[in-house]
Design a protein around this ligand. Structure first.
Ligand code: NAD
Length: 436
């Protein structure tokens, strides 16, 4: 099928590359000329394992092209995806400026029946708004052919985006047109045949499903973080509790890890947007507001623990291992590391940091940090080390060697990736989240 993807960020590019991979003819379009130039040269503009090879393969096979010409892209396609950003606006609502612009472009340039698909995360009612925008443009142009608007939210996780796209648990399609639903089903057939559930529903429910899914996952994280704080009070071990409750099939083991709070480009902004959307429709979300509050406090926990062991941070050197909001991504949006860096600097500490892929992005946000080329380099001469992101390369660290390069003997593990006895037997004082 002929497809256009408008917005070539994490979601749009992954979507475009993967749709080409399953045989479709895809044009990716963006208003960012630098980004399109880079993609045309075969360079992915962010870190996502496996995406660059797949992109090259599909560009070579001429199933995938890049352009800044939105008119050409829309006229090429039977299905037009809007995958533009919906960042948090000043009032915490999702900023829909870009989505509205794409709907307007669709209304302006469509030259035959097409389906407009909203891939971005948008509040309930946005598909209807897009439909109205397209309708107004069609009336202005006295267009006689039809169009359909579909909601098809995205659930991929950065770091495993390709796998999530090609082997998702489910594909959600909200539509009021059976013809458009059939086209979406045809588009995704190779993925459905590999086991993904194709769930078609009404548009409003599809829009709510995306926010409800993210809000539920965020709730699991804040829930475990509260249990971790309680474990510390009573001498329990939260990793044992995670395991013990996860064995209950009603609960499940995934996404039940205490840590230093959630960040990233989705959970924080989507929770805000859902709460505001609730207010707009006369509903007050109580649980979700608390999930956010717990998360905010959790981002401060690691620095507070450090200061309980080392009350005066002035002129102390603290090493941070990991900066991105989670492993396998260079995304620094709302990363807990940003809160931790601010707290440490405020108390006079000097910071040396290492992250396998996120340092360039972090440098743009935090200049008063010394960025080092390797984990051990960053630990040299430091008084304490904080593990911020659970990158695999930190898991198998040689603690004896680490002890020999550090000046101090304090380690704080914000992700509970190490066994306390392993760290302590190398002569370290060790603290983590919700464990003795
Ligand atoms: P992003 O900021 O990485 O990319 C958005 C792209 O849209 C940018 O390249 C920007 O230049 C482009 N753009 C903006 N206005 C445009 C216009 N009028 N025409 C053409 N291009 C335009 O955003 P993202 O992380 O890919 O997220 C996109 C949407 O998907 C958001 O709603 C987000 O909440 C949702 N989402 C993101 C993830 C994720 O993990 N990043 C997962 C699921 C859903």
């Amino acid at each position: 099928m002929r497809v256009a993807i408008v917005g070539t960020g994490y979601v749009g590019l992954t979507q475009g590359v993967c749709l080409a991979e399953i045989g479709h003819d895809v044009v990716c379009v963006d208003i960012d000329e630098k980004k399109i130039k880079s993609l045309k040269r075969g360079k992915v503009t962010f870190y996502e394992p496996g995406l660059d090879d797949m992109m090259q393969r599909n560009t070579d096979a001429q199933r995938l092209t890049f352009t800044t010409d939105v008119k050409k892209a829309i006229q090429h396609a039977e299905i037009v995806f809007s995958a533009v950003g919906t960042p948090e606006g000043e009032d915490h609502r999702a900023d829909l400026t870009a989505v509205r612009a794409v709907a307007r472009d669709f209304g302006r340039y469509a030259n035959e029946y097409k389906v407009f698909v909203n891939k971005s995360t948008v509040p309930v009612g946005t598909a209807q708004e897009c439909e109205n925008i397209v309708h107004d443009e069609f009336v202005r142009r006295s267009v006689t052919f039809g169009y359909d608007v579909v909601s098809n939210p995205e659930f991929l996780r950065e770091g495993v985006a390709v796998q999530d796209f090609l082997k998702p648990d489910r594909i959600i399609v909200g539509s009021k047109s059976s013809h458009a639903t059939e086209m979406m089903n045809k588009l995704y057939t190779p993925i459905i045949e590999k086991g993904a559930v194709f769930f078609s529903t009404d548009i409003q429910s599809a829009e709510v499903i995306k926010y409800a899914a993210n809000a539920f996952l965020a709730t699991k994280i804040s829930f475990m973080n509260e249990i971790a704080s309680f474990c510390e009070q009573v001498g329990a071990d939260v990793t044992e509790v995670e395991h013990g409750i996860g064995l209950d099939s009603r609960i499940g083991r995934r996404f039940l890890h205490a840590g230093i709070g959630f960040g990233g480009s989705c959970f924080p902004k989507d929770l805000h947007a859902l709460i505001q959307s609730g207010k707009d429709h006369g509903y007050e979300f109580k649980i979700i507001s608390e999930v956010q509050r717990v998360n905010q406090l959790q981002k401060e926990v690691l620095a507070k623990k450090l200061m309980s062991h080392m009350p005066n941070l002035s002129h102390k050197t603290i090493t941070l291992w990991g900066l991105s909001f989670k492993q396998k991504t260079d995304d620094m949006r709302e990363a807990p590391s940003l809160t931790i860096i601010e707290q440490l600097l405020m108390h006079g500490a000097r910071i040396r940091a290492y992250d396998p892929v996120a340092m360039d992005n972090c440098k743009k946000l935090k200049k008063d940090v010394r960025y080092e080329k390797s984990a051990l380099e960053a630990a040299k001469g430091s008084d304490a080390l904080l593990l911020i992101t659970d990158w695999d390369e930190f898991r198998g660290v040689d603690f004896e060697k680490l002890r020999s390069v550090m000046r101090g003997d304090l380690i704080g593990d914000g992700r509970n990736i190490w066994k306390p006895s392993d760290v302590r037997s190398a002569g370290f004082r060790y603290f983590s989240i919700g464990r003795k």
